[in-house]
Write a protein that binds this ligand. Structure first.
Ligand code: ADP
Length: 644
C-alpha cells in the first residue's frame, strides 16, 4: 500500500512542469525529473547516481565548491535560492531552488528540491534595471530638475543643476512629502498627477508657478511612471517662455480689443483677388453682412477701388511699403450709404506683396456736413441775389412813385388855386385816394429796402444824444388828430420830463409810428391807445398799449418774423404786408434794446420797448429835436394802411 503511494508521488514529481531533484545521504542524485532533463539537456542516465553529476552542472570549480558547501548548511526548508547551472550545450541558466521537503516528507526522498528556470525573467529584470539606470543617468544629464517621488508623495531622490530653481533648501527635499515643501495648490496638482500616472502609467504634464522672492517663477513638470510605487518628475523652469507668452498674449489682447472695438473698419485682404481674410465687427455692422456671407464678397465687389488699387503707381507705392489712400462710397444691403476713407497698407512678407491691410474710416458725417455747408453757401448766395433783386426792384418802384406823387401834389395845387374846375370835389377825392395808395406803395418799398439793408448788414444808425421823452411826445402829438378822427382816444403819459439817451431819431420815429399805426389798425372805434414812458435803471421803457383785438398766444412769437400776419386770409379786414414789426424789432435791437409783447386776445396788446440809457461821447448832440420833424409826409407814409 505504502509502496503504491510512493510510486504515485514519484510519478507526479517525475511529470511536474518544474525541475525536481533529490539527493541521497552521499550527495548523489536519486531523482532527476523530465523537466530537469529538458532544462539542462542532461538525461537521468547521466545524472542519477553519478558522483560527478555536480561537476557536469557546475563545471567551474570555485563555484561548484561554493554550491556544495552551501547545500549541507541549508535546512530542509528554504526558498528562492538562486544558482547558475551550466547546461549540456554549455549555456548557463539561473535556477531558483526551493526546498519544502521537511513540510512534505516523502519516504525515501529525504531532501527533494524544486527548481524553476528563471533565466528569462532574470535577464528581463536585469535589462530593465539597466534600462532604468541608463534612463535615469540620461535624465540626470538634462538641465532640468528631476525628482523621484514615491506613491505617498515622498521625494526619494532629486537632482538639480540650478540651485536657484529650488523652492526649498536642497537638504530639506529628500524624505519630505510634496505637501511639506510646496504651496498647497501646487502640492494638490502634484498629488492628483501622481495618482493619475500610477493608475494609468501615462505621462502627465502640469504647469504651475511658485512665489520666489525676486520674481514669480513658472515651471512645467512631466510626471512619468517608473514602477507601481514610483513616479519620476522632470521639472523645467519655463519662466522666460511664459513671460514672453504672457507679453504676447497681452499684446494680442490689446490688438484684439483695438480690432474688436475700433469704430473704423479693419480688414486684411488679398491684394489681387480681393478676398477678405479677416474683418472686424465694425465692418459687419456697416456692411450689414454676416460672417458666412463674407466669402461671397471681395474688397473690390464692396468698394469701387479695383482700378485705383491695381494701377501701377499704387502697386509701386505699396511695394515701397507706403500706404495709399482713397475715398469711396459703400452702399450696403439695406441701401444705406457710407462715405469711407480707405487707408491701404501693404503686408510685405519676404518682399512679396500679396496681402494688404485696410483701415477704412467712416467719413459720412463730415461728408454730409461738407455737403450741407455747400448747400448753405449756395442758399446764402441765392439769398444775396434775391435781396439784391429786391433792393433793385424797390428802388425802381420808388422813382415812378415819386413822380406820381409829385404830379398829384401839382394837381392838388392846381385844385387849390382853382386852376382846375372840380365842381363836386370828385377830382379831389380821387386825388386823395391816389395819393394814399402811392404812400402805401412807398411805405412797402421803403420797408422792403430797409429789410434788405438790415439783413445785408448795411443798415446803420445815425446816433445822436436826444431827449427821448420829447421825441416820443412830439410823434404822439402829431398823430393825435388822425387817431381821434378814427374815434380812438390816445393818451401820452410820462414819469419823467427829460431823458437824454443815445438814439437814431429817424428810427425811433419809424418805430413809434409803426406801433401806433398797428394800434389804430387793430383797435375798433371807441377804443383807447396809451403811450407811456418810464425810466428804469438801465433802460428807458416806452410802452404802446391798445384796447384792441389782441394777439392770440400761439401767434405772439411769430409776429416779429418777416411777412408774418395773424390773419393771412385773402379777405383780410386790415391792410398790411407783415414787414412792420420785423423792422421795428431790428431797429430796437440795433439800439441794443429789446421789444416785448404782452397781449390777450379780445382785450388788447402792449408793445414794450426797452432802450439802453447809456451815452457815448462821439455822437453828435441834437440841439433842436422839435423842429427837425418833417412829420406830415412821414406820417402819411407810415399811416398809409389806414383810411381816414
Ligand atoms: P402789418 O403790416 O401786417 O401790420 P406788422 O409786422 O406790423 O405787419 O404786424 C404783423 C401782424 O401782427 C399784423 O398783421 C397783426 O396780425 C398783428 N398785430 C400787430 N400789432 C397788433 C396790435 N396792436 N393788435 C393786434 N394785432 C397786431
Amino acid at each position: 500500500m505504502q509502496n503504491i503511494i510512493y510510486q504515485n508521488s514519484i510519478y507526479i514529481l517525475e511529470n511536474m512542469p518544474v525541475i525536481i531533484d533529490a539527493l541521497d545521504k552521499n550527495g548523489n542524485f536519486i531523482l532527476w525529473n523530465k523537466e530537469a532533463e529538458r532544462v539542462t539537456g542532461y538525461t537521468k542516465e547521466e545524472i542519477l547516481n553519478n558522483p560527478d553529476a555536480f561537476k557536469l552542472l557546475y563545471p567551474d570549480d570555485e563555484y561548484r565548491n561554493y554550491v556544495l558547501n552551501l547545500i549541507p548548511k541549508l535546512e530542509n526548508n528554504f526558498r528562492n535560492l538562486e544558482t547558475t547551472i551550466t547546461c549540456k550545450d554549455g549555456t548557463k541558466k539561473i535556477i531558483s531552488w526551493s526546498n519544502v521537503s521537511s513540510l512534505y516528507p516523502i519516504e525515501g526522498l529525504t531532501r527533494w528540491t524544486v527548481g524553476v528556470d528563471i533565466t528569462k525573467r532574470k535577464v528581463a529584470e536585469e535589462s530593465l534595471k539597466n534600462i532604468t539606470s541608463e534612463l535615469l543617468s540620461i535624465i540626470k544629464a538634462f538641465p532640468d530638475l528631476y525628482f523621484r517621488i514615491s506613491s505617498d508623495t515622498t521625494i526619494i531622490d532629486f537632482k538639480t543643476y540650478n540651485k536657484t530653481d529650488l523652492f526649498v533648501e536642497p537638504e530639506n527635499i529628500i524624505g519630505n512629502k510634496i505637501t511639506e515643501i510646496l504651496p498647497q495648490d501646487v502640492a494638490l496638482l502634484y498629488e492628483s498627477a501622481i495618482e493619475y500616472v500610477l493608475k494609468t502609467k501615462k505621462i502627465k504634464s502640469i504647469e504651475y508657478s511658485l512665489p520666489f522672492k525676486k520674481q514669480k517663477q513658472y515651471f512645467e513638470a512631466r510626471l512619468v511612471y517608473l514602477n507601481e510605487k514610483e513616479v519620476m518628475a522632470v521639472v523645467r523652469n519655463i519662466t522666460e517662455k511664459k513671460l514672453i507668452e504672457i507679453k504676447n498674449l497681452n499684446q494680442q489682447m490689446k490688438y484684439k480689443s483695438f480690432f474688436d472695438y475700433s469704430p473704423d473698419i479693419l480688414l486684411e485682404a488679398d491684394l489681387y483677388s480681393g478676398y477678405i481674410f479677416v474683418a472686424n465687427p465694425t465692418f459687419y455692422k456697416l456692411t450689414k453682412l454676416n460672417k458666412d456671407e463674407l466669402e461671397n464678397y471681395t474688397i473690390y465687389s464692396l468698394f469701387d477701388i479695383e482700378d485705383k488699387v491695381t494701377q501701377k503707381s499704387s502697386i509701386d507705392s505699396l511695394l515701397d511699403g507706403k500706404p495709399i489712400k482713397f475715398e469711396t462710397k459703400l452702399v450696403n444691403n439695406v441701401n444705406e450709404e457710407y462715405y469711407l476713407e480707405l487707408n491701404i497698407m501693404p503686408i510685405l512678407e519676404n518682399n512679396l506683396l500679396e496681402r494688404i491691410f485696410i483701415y477704412a474710416k467712416d467719413i459720412t458725417d463730415s461728408k454730409k456736413l461738407e455737403e450741407s455747408r455747400r448747400k448753405i453757401k449756395e442758399l446764402e448766395e441765392y439769398e444775396n441775389i434775391r435781396s439784391e433783386f429786391f433792393a433793385n426792384i424797390s428802388h425802381e418802384f420808388r422813382t415812378p412813385l415819386n413822380i406820381i406823387l409829385g404830379s398829384i401834389q401839382l394837381l392838388e395845387l392846381y385844385l387849390k388855386n382853382n386852376k382846375i374846375v372840380d365842381e363836386n370835389h370828385t377830382l379831389q377825392r380821387y386825388n386823395k385816394s391816389i395819393k394814399q395808395n402811392c404812400y402805401r406803395l412807398l411805405r412797402l418799398v421803403n420797408n422792403l429796402i430797409d429789410i434788405t439793408k438790415v439783413s445785408a448788414g448795411y443798415m446803420q444808425l445815425n446816433l445822436c444824444e436826444c431827449n427821448i421823452v420829447s421825441l416820443v411826445e412830439d410823434i404822439v402829438q402829431s398823430v393825435a388828430d388822425y387817431i381821434n378822427s378814427k374815434n380812438i382816444e390816445i393818451t401820452f403819459d410820462t414819469e419823467i420830463e427829460e431823458k437824454i439817451i443815445r438814439c437814431d431819431k429817424d428810427k425811433i420815429e419809424r418805430i413809434i409810428l409803426n406801433l401806433l399805426s398797428n394800434a389804430i389798425k387793430f383797435t375798433p372805434e371807441g377804443g383807447k391807445i396809451f403811450v407811456n414812458i418810464t425810466d428804469l435803471d438801465e433802460y428807458t421803457c416806452i410802452s404802446v398799449k391798445d384796447t384792441g383785438i389782441g394777439i392770440p398766444k400761439d401767434k405772439q412769437d411769430i409776429i416779429f418774423e418777416r411777412f408774418s400776419q395773424v390773419n393771412k386770409s385773402l379777405s383780410r379786414e386790415r391792410e398790411g404786408s407783415g414787414l412792420g414789426l420785423n423792422i421795428v424789432k431790428s431797429f430796437v435791437e440795433m439800439h441794443g434794446g429789446e421789444i416785448k409783447l404782452i397781449s390777450e386776445e379780445g382785450k388788447g396788446s402792449e408793445f414794450i420797448i426797452l432802450l439802453p440809457n447809456n451815452l457815448e461821447k462821439d455822437v453828435y448832440k441834437d440841439i433842436n429835436p422839435l423842429n427837425n420833424f418833417n412829420n406830415v409826409e412821414r406820417i402819411s407814409i407810415e399811416f398809409s394802411d389806414i383810411y381816414f
